[in-house]
Design a protein around this ligand. Structure first.
Ligand code: DER
Length: 214
């Protein structure tokens, strides 16, 4: 089945979780691109939306969704986002689109974080690359500290002016790798999302949408 149909099915299922008056975090990527029209089509009232990228903000506004700066809210009821990899224990790799720092801030602020993927994203074990967001200051020293890692070719700076890079090492122990990356001062963020952060994963398969709960 066409992956876009699967992405749309997962997005539709997530859109059903949105209720009037919700403070809603909107992720970034091609699956979320199907989420926004599905939410807009529901004609919900009094939504307050926060976007994790300019691309999401622009598409949401085009659809008439009320997007506001995240500085106006100190908590969200629900955040919905895609993922690059989903492991059986619900460790995630995100950041293929380079928005993972803002996405993680939004996910952590949400009472419920729902991930929407097509079945291709479900993997037996996480693997490289793990996206990184690095301070430009002292970049070579930081790259050495997190080796093996490279700056992502052609990637523009993040909305917050940081460098997008990728870690290429094995991810046998995501918790250990996440701790190692978090310990390096020049690492602003990385794309490993812990299961504790993830409440639901909606996996679209040809037979339907599977609902994994943490
Ligand atoms: O960059 C990101 O974190 C995106 O959410 C990514 O993980 C999923 O993008 P996709 O829906 O286009 O595969």
């Amino acid at each position: 089945q066409d992956p876009e149909d699967l992405k749309r099915a997962a997005a539709q299922a997530a859109a059903e979780l949105v209720a009037d008056g919700m403070r809603l975090g909107l992720g970034t990527g091609s699956t979320v691109r199907h989420l926004l029209p599905a939410i807009a089509a529901r004609g919900l009232r009094d939504l307050r939306c926060v976007a994790t990228s300019e691309a999401t903000a622009a598409q949401a506004r085009e659809l008439g969704l009320p997007v506001e700066a995240f500085e106006a809210l100190d908590a969200l009821d629900l955040a919905i986002d895609g993922a690059d990899q989903v492991a059986p224990d619900l460790w995630l790799v995100k950041g293929g689109g380079g928005a993972h720092v803002r996405e993680k801030v939004v996910a952590e602020a949400a009472a419920r974080f729902v991930v929407i993927v097509d079945e291709r994203k479900v993997v037996p074990a996480l693997g490289a690359p793990v996206p990184l967001e690095l301070l430009a200051f002292g970049l070579p020293a930081t790259l050495a500290a997190v080796a093996p890692a490279t700056v992502r070719p052609g990637a523009p700076p993040s909305p917050d002016g940081h460098v997008i890079a990728d870690h290429h090492g094995p991810v046998d122990d995501p918790a250990a790798l996440a701790a190692r990356l978090d310990a390096v001062a020049g690492v602003v963020g990385h794309g490993l999302f812990a299961p504790a952060l993830v409440h639901d994963v909606l996996v679209a398969r040809p037979g339907g949408v599977e609902h994994l709960r943490a």
